[in-house]
Ligand binder design. Structure first.
Ligand code: PDD
Length: 307
């Protein structure tokens, strides 16, 4: 009986319980964070927006000169095998591709070594309801987001040390998360989600040029807001503007929209989740239900291919 009954790992096509899953200490992902990754979840057994996540994975990989040899179809089949074996309807799904590495400890990304593909699938339990009903407290971190001229934060790489440090600043004082600024002092994003503010009925989120990951939830929310005729803009945001906002919230695939009701020590708006955040949460939930249906036929096909 595995000690983690709701978690299953797939390494290069081999399924293993977490306590048995092993990767080489020479793997460049381990040594240097030389890897890319994606996180999505399943809803009623179907991986959400999988194609878009695979597209972003390849984009991230190409920006660090990593060509992923495994095809999308093979990645999907391995994800499907893992999900079938795990047999849970709501699953956190993490796909990591590292540049591999064999016994040669060298920074050179051109040293031979075949990619390692790791899939982590674990039951996704519902997040605390208070996060959504009361909102969370977030701080502005001292650790800044790495600049665009360095490794672009729009590369979802395994190198998350700035984010790790920023998150540590938050967790140390019991805050939910941290918002990171860039070296110009502009707001970028939180450690694993995008950030939004609402002022006088208009929604704002920082532009990609501020240095952030182009979240798929962010992309969907921009479209949903436009469609609902709610004014929405990508614009540079200062911490001062965040403090003076009527509402602030975070967005990501697994956590969806989380209202921020306290920033550092300051209450935001009324100190409760605001009406526009609540409206967007509802619209986003409807969008998820609607789009999920469009992923279903292809997923059935993939499952069919497994025989
Ligand atoms: N995080 N910004 C960062 C730095 C992220 O790591 C993420 C995703 C996002 C939101 O992207 P999306 O809407 O596509 O989930 C923004 C995932 C969930 C994670 O690392 O767990």
């Amino acid at each position: 009986m595995p000690s983690f009954p709701n978690i299953l790992i797939n390494i290069n096509g081999v399924l293993a319980a977490p306590e048995e899953a092993r990767i080489s200490v020479f793997d460049r992902g381990f040594l240097y964070g030389d890897s890319v990754y994606e996180v999505t979840q399943t809803i009623r057994g179907i991986p959400f927006r999988l194609d878009l996540h695979l597209e972003r994975l390849r984009k991230s990989a190409s920006k660090i000169g990593l060509s992923i040899l495994t095809t999308d179809l093979e990645l999907k089949k391995q994800i499907a095998r893992t999900l079938i074996a795990l047999d849970e309807p709501t699953v956190y799904l993490r796909l990591v591709v590292t540049r591999g590495g064999e016994e040669e400890i060298s920074l050179d990304p051109n040293t031979p070594g075949r990619e390692n593909i790791v899939i982590i699938a674990k039951e996704l339990k519902p997040y605390p309801i208070e996060w959504y009903e009361k909102g969370v407290r977030v701080i502005i971190a001292d650790t800044i987001r790495n600049p665009l001229e360095s490794i672009d934060p729009n590369v979802k790489s395994g190198n998350y040390l700035n984010n790790v440090m920023a998150f540590g600043e938050a967790s140390k004082i019991g805050a939910y998360d941290a918002i990171m600024l860039n070296h110009h002092g502009e707001v970028t994003e939180a450690t694993t989600s995008n950030v939004w503010m609402i002022k006088d009925g208009t929604i704002y989120t920082p532009p990609l040029r501020s240095g952030l990951l182009e979240g798929l939830t962010r992309k969907a929310l921009l479209q949903i807001s436009q469609h609902a005729k709610i004014p929405v803009f990508e614009k540079t945001i200062t911490p001062q503007e965040l403090f003076e906002a009527d509402e602030i919230f975070l967005s990501s695939t697994t956590k969806k929209l989380i209202p921020i009701t306290t920033l550092n020590e300051k209450k935001i708006g009324t100190g409760l989740p605001g009406p526009l955040t609540q409206q967007l949460r509802q619209l986003y939930d409807q969008h998820c239900e609607h789009t999920l249906k469009s992923f279903e036929p292809e997923w059935r096909e993939i499952l069919g291919l497994l025989g």
